[in-house]
Design a protein around this ligand. Structure first.
Ligand code: ASP
Ligand code: MG
Length: 407
C-alpha cells in the first residue's frame, strides 16, 4: 500500500463532469490499494472572478488583504466539498478538509503566506479510517487562526508540502497537459515531453516563461527532496518526473527552450560613469516594485556609458515614471529610451555546466535564420537572448532544432 498525494488544477475540476472525472480517478487510485490525499484548486476562472468581485465592491482602495484571503479561500473550499460529494456518490468514502483543518500553519503575510509548519494528524487519522482526504489547496491559517492564502498557483505548494509532511510515496500533479515539454507545443510542433527534469531546470524554465507550476512549490520540493510527477488528468500517459539532479542528466546539454513574450527594454544613454549611478537607477526601479530581468552596461568612453535592462512590457509606464525623477541626477547628457515589442528565448539545461559551445551554437542557429540578437545573458544553466517579438517563434524553432530536441 502506497501513500499518494494527487493535485488537480483548476481546468481539471472546471465543471461538474470534470469533477466527476477526477473523483473517478481518485477513487480508482484508492481502490488499487493506496491511501490518497487529493488536493484541488478552485474551478478554473473562480479565483479570478472573486478578485474581480472584490475590486468591484472596493473601487476606492485595494481590498483589505485579510478579507481577500477569507474570500479567495472559498474557491478551493467549494471544490473539495464537490469532489468529496462526487466520490461518495460513486460509492467511495471521502472527507474534505480546509487548509486549517488539515494543520497547515502559515505566517501572517496575507495573500502570499508561507507555510511554516504542517501538523498532519487529522489527515493521517482520516486516511487510517479508510477515507480519501480531499484537501483544499492554496490556503492555511496563522497561529491565531486567521485564514491565509499562499499566492497565485498555491495549490501546487499545498500538494508538495503535504507530500513532504506525510512522507508520501508519490506526489502527482495533474494538469491539462501531458507534462513538461521541450518547448511550448503550440509554438514548436516538434516539441516533445521531457521524461525527467531536475528541480533547477524546472525553475529556470518557469522563470524564463514556461510556466507549468508555481515556482515556490518547485523550490519547496527541491529543498525537501519531494520527487513529483506532472501528468494529464484527462488521459493515462506517463508524465514528467521532477527530481533531484542525477549524473545521467548532464549528458543532455539543453533540456528545453523557453520563450517569454511581452518584454520591453529601457536604455539610459550617456550616463556619467561614476559610483552610484546604477544604484540610483535600480533603486528607483525597485522602489516602484518593478522586477527586472537582464541588465547590460556598456564599456565607458569619455566618462560616459549606456545602461540597458529588460522588464515586462506591462511595467514599462511605471518604470518610465520612476526613472524620469532620477534622470537629472545621472549626468547632464543622460537620456531615456524605451522599446517594447521584444521577447526572450532561453535554452536551459544542467548539461551546460560541463559542455562548452552552447552559446555559439545558439547564436549560429539564430544567425542562419537571419534573426538579430539584441541582448544576451547567461547563467550556469541558461543562455538567453532578446529578439524582436515578431521573430520569437521562429527563433524558438531554429534553436530547438539546433540542439536536437525535435521529436
Ligand atoms: N486558485 C488559486 C489560483 O487560481 C490557486 C491555484 O489554483 O493553485 O491561483
Ligand atoms: Mg493552478
Amino acid at each position: 500500500m502506497a501513500l499518494i498525494v494527487q493535485k488537480y488544477g483548476g481546468t481539471s475540476v472546471g465543471n461538474p463532469e470534470r469533477i466527476r472525472n477526477c473523483a473517478r480517478r481518485i477513487l480508482e487510485t484508492q481502490r488499487a490499494g493506496n491511501q490518497v490525499v487529493a488536493v484541488v484548486s478552485a474551478m478554473s476562472g473562480v479565483t479570478d472572478g472573486l478578485i474581480k468581485l472584490a475590486k468591484e465592491v472596493s473601487p476606492e482602495r485595494e481590498p483589505v488583504e485579510r478579507e481577500m484571503d477569507v474570500l479567495l479561500a472559498t474557491g478551493e473550499q467549494t471544490t473539495i466539498a464537490l469532489t468529496a460529494m462526487a466520490i461518495n456518490a460513486l460509492g467511495g468514502k471521502a472527507v474534505s478538509l480546509t487548509g486549517a483543518q488539515a494543520g497547515i500553519s502559515t505566517d501572517r503575510v496575507h495573500t502570499k503566506a508561507r507555510i511554516v509548519n504542517i501538523t498532519p494528524d487529522a489527515v493521517k487519522k482520516m486516511l487510517d479510517e479508510g477515507n480519501i482526504v480531499m484537501l483544499a489547496g492554496f490556503q492555511g491559517e496563522t497561529a491565531s487562526g486567521e485564514i491565509t492564502t499562499l499566492g497565485r498557483g498555491g495549490s501546487d505548494l499545498t500538494a508538495i508540502a503535504m507530500a513532504a509532511a506525510i512522507k508520501a510515496d508519490l506526489c502527482q500533479i495533474y494538469t491539462d497537459v501531458d507534462g513538461v515539454y521541450t518547448c511550448d507545443p503550440r509554438v514548436v510542433k516538434t516539441a516533445k515531453k521531457i521524461e525527467e527534469i531536475s528541480y533547477e531546470e524546472m525553475l529556470e524554465m518557469a522563470s524564463s516563461g514556461s510556466k507549468v507550476m508555481q515556482s515556490r512549490s518547485v523550490e519547496f520540493a527541491n529543498k525537501f527532496g519531494v520527487r513529483f510527477e506532472v501528468r494529464n488528468s484527462m488521459n493515462n500517459n506517463p508524465g514528467t518526473i521532477v527530481k533531484e539532479e542525477t549524473p545521467g542528466m548532464e549528458s543532455v546539454v539543453v533540456r528545453g527552450v523557453s520563450l517569454e513574450r511581452n518584454q520591453a527594454k529601457v536604455t539610459i544613454d550617456d550616463v556619467a560613469d561614476r559610483p552610484g549611478i546604477s544604484a540610483a537607477i535600480f533603486g528607483a526601479i525597485s522602489q516602484a516594485n518593478i522586477t527586472i530581468d537582464m541588465i547590460v552596461q556598456n564599456v565607458s568612453f569619455d566618462g560616459i556609458t549606456d545602461i540597458s535592462f529588460t522588464l515586462s512590457a506591462a511595467d514599462l509606464p511605471k518604470a518610465e515614471a520612476a526613472l524620469k525623477a532620477v534622470i537629472p541626477n545621472l549626468g547632464d547628457k543622460a537620456t531615456l529610451r524605451t522599446q517594447s515589442g521584444i521577447a526572450k528565448v532561453s535554452v536551459v539545461g544542467i548539461g551546460m555546466r560541463s559542455h562548452s559551445g552552447v552559446a555559439a551554437k545558439m547564436f549560429k542557429a539564430l544567425a542562419d535564420a537571419s534573426i538579430n540578437i539584441q541582448m544576451i545573458s547567461t547563467s550556469e544553466i541558461k543562455t538567453a537572448v532578446i529578439v524582436q517579438e515578431t521573430e520569437v517563434e521562429n527563433a524558438a524553432r531554429v534553436v530547438h532544432t539546433a540542439f536536437g530536441l525535435d521529436a
